[in-house]
Design a protein around this ligand. Structure first.
Ligand code: SF4
Length: 204
């Protein structure tokens, strides 16, 4: 855990987030599971990190109701709405600034909506690759450079970044994924927000 990792950790704590440091993905998965009570329903935002950890499958197999629009549900809109009303919400972040601001950009808004006004407990699992050594401009640049292009490509979207690997917002049309950005300076008043910082790269 290098200086940036420790600095971000302290900054998040100073802003009132409940912060846990995990040395690797397995420890992060264990920590997330330990925070979710047996009877809780769980909503999941679009997250390669959550997918990599296999958390949705583990929660389902242990009897939790899990709402995730990535698991082939037919009525995606209904699943997203159920996720927003679950007891717990699981997601990651697209970027975290050195001074502890969490930055997420969405195309649909289900994830940022749940982070701003959703489940009473939000758990964000964030790999060290999401930490930027700078402020909001560096965070937004990271999202356009490293988060969105591989996601757009994975989804087969017709965006400049999906085709070239580079953002070209001026020529980004109906498939644009970068429609709204939420910056969390502190946990929202109605929510408990646990941040699990992982000392390895996870997700985009
Ligand atoms: S604005 Fe468009 S081209 Fe740029 S990163 Fe977002 S989806 Fe890709």
């Amino acid at each position: 855990m290098d200086e940036l990792f420790q600095s971000v950790r302290q900054a998040l704590e100073g802003r009132g987030f409940e912060v846990y440091a995990a040395p690797d993905a397995a420890a992060a998965r264990d920590r997330a599971l330990s925070l979710i009570s047996p009877e809780s329903s769980v909503g999941v935002g679009g997250s390669m990190t959550v997918r990599q950890l296999g958390l949705a499958e583990m929660l389902e197999s242990s009897g939790h109701a899990v709402w995730w629009h990535w698991t082939g549900a037919e009525d995606r809109a209904a699943v997203m709405e159920n996720a927003r009303h679950a007891d717990v919400y699981l997601a990651s972040a697209n970027a975290v600034t050195r001074n502890g601001q969490l930055v997420n950009t969405d195309g649909t808004g289900n994830r940022v909506g749940a982070l701003l006004h959703g489940p009473a407990l939000v758990i964000l699992i964030i790999g060290r690759n999401k930490l930027v050594d700078g402020g909001l401009s560096e965070a937004l640049a990271r999202i356009r450079r490293e988060a969105c292009p591989p996601n757009a490509k994975r989804l087969g979207l017709n965006t400049p970044c999906a085709h070239t690997g580079r953002c070209d917002e001026a020529h980004c049309g109906d498939d644009c994924m970068c429609r709204g950005t939420a910056i969390l300076h502190r946990p929202m008043r109605s929510q408990r927000m646990a941040v699990i910082l992982v000392d390895e790269a996870l997700g985009y």
